[in-house]
Design a protein around this ligand. Structure first.
Ligand SMILES: Nc1ncnc2c1ncn2[C@@H]1O[C@H](COP(=O)(O)OP(=O)(O)OP(=O)(O)O)[C@@H](O)[C@H]1O
Ligand SMILES: [Mg+2]
Length: 307
């Protein structure tokens, strides 16, 4: 896999304050990357720097394997910042035509139709943007960012202020783009959304990256000591009692054929399975409960700022 975006020790000082402190991460081509962090953590600043809209105080940034160069970037990167950059008094179609011209798109009428259907706004193409809902505006902003078919999309909180149905639509567009091989970088406060669609995440707090990696791997690493077992038949009460007696075992919940328990260091999943098999209980499935992105986020921020 090739790298789409690389930041190496990027720092930024503004008004005597250290806004970013040696921020480093790599995003591979085709990634959906989620950039998380509390208000004021430095997400938008990072985005502005990687788009070349602001210069870092120190550090290196490369896009598609090359050093950052504003003119080059414009061709390869599309972005939506906190303000959507749309003209209220113009129709969706005219907004796109305007941006298409800026990007020197030839055969723009065709491209506009294609992109409008991609963001599912074809039937509202002639309406003034002023009459659009927040969700529709956000989809049009995405269309605007994609008008020149860039390889990388950078989105600052693309679902902020959008209702749940609208969020699903925005996420679907992001997934569609990723399926076409695009690389997506987006910041979000919606941790459930990030868990659902991002294969890689980073968490920034007060300008410092606290956590970075593949979502699934991080979830496994931070997984709870909880085990979920599914048996082919309900476990008899006598066996449950014996199970409770094993060192470090705490049964959290028993429901029909599933049992949720936490195991300490003394008794691992293999020991539990061995014990149950000896009691003639068949195990259909056994798995550790993985930490959710929300749990990871909360626990990391608690570590940084205890209490
Ligand atoms: N032009 C500026 N001059 C001075 N400080 C700034 C400037 N722009 C941003 N900051 C400060 O930098 C810090 C990071 O801001 P940034 O907008 O990057 O955070 P964010 O993670 O995007 O937050 P949010 O989730 O609220 O959007 C904040 O403390 C902010 O006040
Ligand atoms: Mg921001």
């Amino acid at each position: 896999m090739s790298n789409a975006i690389t930041l190496e020790d990027v720092s930024k000082k503004l008004g005597g304050r250290q806004i970013l402190n040696k921020v480093s991460f790599t995003i591979e081509t085709g990634d959906i990357f989620g950039y998380l962090g509390p208000n004021g953590a430095g997400k938008t600043t990072t985005i502005r720097i990687l788009l070349g809209l602001m210069l870092p105080t120190a550090g290196r940034i490369s896009l598609l394997g090359k050093n950052i160069n504003i003119d080059e970037n414009r061709r390869h990167v599309g972005f939506v910042l906190e303000t959507d950059g749309l003209y209220d008094q113009m129709s969706a179609q005219d907004n796109l035509a305007f941006y298409g011209k800026l990007y020197g798109i030839t055969r723009s009428a065709e491209r506009i139709q294609e992109i409008l259907s991609l963001v599912r706004l074809k039937d509202r193409a002639k309406d003034k943007v002023a009459a659009y809902s927040k969700g529709m505006r956000q989809r049009l902003a995405l269309a605007r960012a994609m008008i020149h078919d860039p390889e990388i999309l950078v989105l600052d909180e693309p679902t902020a202020g959008v209702d749940p149905t609208g969020q699903v639509e925005v996420r679907q567009i992001i997934l569609d783009m990723a399926a076409r091989g695009k690389t997506i970088f987006f910041s979000s406060h919606n941790l459930d959304e990030v868990q659902r669609i991002c294969n890689r995440i980073a968490l920034i707090n007060r300008g410092v990256i606290q956590l970075y990696g593949e979502t699934e791997q991080l979830q496994r690493q931070m997984s709870k000591s909880e085990v979920l077992l599914e048996t082919s038949a309900a476990i008899p009460e006598t066996v449950l009692n014996e199970l409770r007696g094993l060192p470090g075992i705490n049964i959290i919940e028993v429901e029909d054929r599933t049992i949720r328990l936490s195991s300490g260091d003394n008794t691992g999943i293999p020991d539990i399975i061995e014990f149950l098999v000896k009691k003639n209980i068949r195990i259909e499935q056994a798995k550790r409960r993985e930490a959710s992105v929300e749990e990871i986020y909360t626990s990391i921020l608690k570590e940084v700022e205890p209490g």
